[in-house]
Design a protein around this ligand. Structure first.
Ligand code: 2M8
Length: 442
């Protein structure tokens, strides 16, 4: 039963979600993102729970359609329409013996936001109903978290690694792109750059027909992502074979922070439904929280991602540095250090916070995708973390700024962190859903 809405902004946001609702799930945006994305659906359900709990549950349940037999939840479940044959065929998930039979997906995952979404939706239910909900979702979540450890922590270090920028959702984020440009760029992409043939690629790209080219991933970075994907496909998405020839293998900070929080939620769910987590998983959960501290750099007083093979910290700052607040496992002292970054306008305290890259970084570009703009999902995670650490004033400040930014500009995919201008496409689902959540739970 849909709830009565009490705010004009919430009403418009609900309308965006309704328009993007294509049955059992919500597309992130019409035309640019027509499929079902893992963490998008989680953020969408978090907003939907304020309007219609049944629909929010459906959003999350529909994600389980795509779960692989080894437990992986894929980043994208492709829409079943002849129109999208090329996308399905590019990934060819059927090459893996673990892929589901009747559905096509990517062969990689996305940040493990599902446990958070399940719990947040559960908060809107009475106890008995919530326990049923948890019992329904728990087995799939357990398999997913166990898969993350088994496949993505092969040395048992506690941190899980990612093999494609799409897995972290912050596609062209500087720590990854810096590695790419410095050490990993495929020779054929370098050649295209050198011969200045970018314009040919720009002409055949479909995303830049919908969004100004300066607001999307650069040509070289997009081609390198394509190259990465082909390598994964050639190895039929088998991690042992992939790690031999992988382009990227990074223990990403944002992914691991979300994983720490997701593990805490899984523990809480198990407790509420009276089941014991497997012993090995319990040990791993403790290990991950400890290992997160290995990503702290005492000199710059920030956290960073790490190269899986060499264990070198990738000391290029990005919004990920604030996500240990969301993880919730770091000390209050370190949390205080991170909050200071939000007070500095050259770092993460811009006029329209929180920028995905600090303005003082050489990588900062106020309009380009994950290299500067403000994203509402990052703000939601940071606000949630700030609240749990007791920085309520700061949390409230970012919440009000975020709501104001969207009220003024619209439900854009991302925003200029200096003047709040809406960037990329309008009517983007997680901007709408998380604004509903920020308004309704303030
Ligand atoms: C963006 O990623 C997709 C690929 O997954 C793309 O670049 O086409 C990212 O912002 C990602 O975080 C998001 O889940 C997806 C759909 O909104 O779009």
């Amino acid at each position: 039963m849909a709830k009565k809405l009490n705010n004009k902004l919430v009403e418009s946001a609900a309308q965006v979600l309704k328009t993007n609702d294509i049955g059992s799930y919500t597309q992130p945006a019409d035309s640019l993102y027509p499929h079902q994305w893992l963490w998008d659906s989680c953020f969408i359900a978090i907003g939907l729970r304020n309007l219609d709990v049944v629909r929010a549950k459906m959003e999350l349940l529909s994600l389980l359609r795509g779960q692989w037999h080894n437990g992986m939840l894929p980043c994208i479940i492709f829409r079943d329409d002849a129109k999208y044959h090329a996308a399905r065929n590019q990934w060819r998930s059927w090459l893996s013996p673990f892929a589901p039979n009747d559905i096509t997906t990517t062969g990689i995952t996305q940040p493990p936001m599902l446990a958070e979404a399940v719990v947040k939706v559960g908060q809107k239910m009475a106890k008995t109903e919530r326990r049923q909900w948890y019992k329904l979702m728990y087995p799939a979540l357990l398999e997913y978290h166990e898969w993350l450890y088994k496949d993505r922590d092969p040395h048992g270090e506690g941190l899980v690694l990612q093999i494609h920028p799409w897995e972290i959702g912050l596609d062209n984020t500087p720590p990854w792109m810096n590695e790419l440009h410095d050490h990993l760029m495929p020779f054929w992409v370098r050649l295209i750059e050198k011969l200045k043939l970018d314009w040919i690629i720009t002409r055949i790209r479909t995303d830049t027909k919908k969004v100004p080219v300066g607001q999307r991933t650069s040509v070289a970075e997009s081609l390198a992502m394509f190259d990465t994907q082909l390598r994964l496909r050639r190895k039929s998405y088998d991690i042992d074979r992939i790690l031999d020839h992988s382009l990227f293998s990074i223990e990403d900070l944002s992914f691991n922070c979300i994983f720490v929080r997701a593990n805490s939620h899984l523990e809480a769910m198990a407790k509420e439904i009276n089941v014991m987590l497997p012993e090995e998983l319990k040990k791993n959960i403790v290990k991950t929280k400890k290992a997160l501290e290995d990503l702290w750099d005492p000199y710059s007083q920030q956290y960073y991602s790490r190269d899986f093979v060499t264990h070198r910290l990738l000391k290029t700052t990005s919004v990920a540095t604030l996500l240990p607040l969301y993880a919730g496992s770091i000390s209050k002292e370190k949390a205080e250090q991170l909050v200071k970054l939000l007070d500095n306008e050259h770092l993460y305290g811009t006029n329209y916070p929180v920028p995905s890259v600090a303005p003082e970084s050489v990588w900062f570009n106020r309009e380009r995708y994950w290299q500067g703009p403000t994203w509402v999902n990052m703000n939601w995670l940071i606000i949630d973390g700030l609240e749990r650490y007791g920085f309520s004033e700061k949390a409230d400040f970012i919440r009000r700024k975020t709501i104001k930014m969207v009220e003024e500009a619209g439900f854009f995919e991302y925003f200029d962190p200096l003047d709040g201008k809406g960037l990329s496409i309008n009517n983007f689902s997680w901007t709408a859903s998380l604004i509903i959540d920020l308004v309704e739970n303030s």
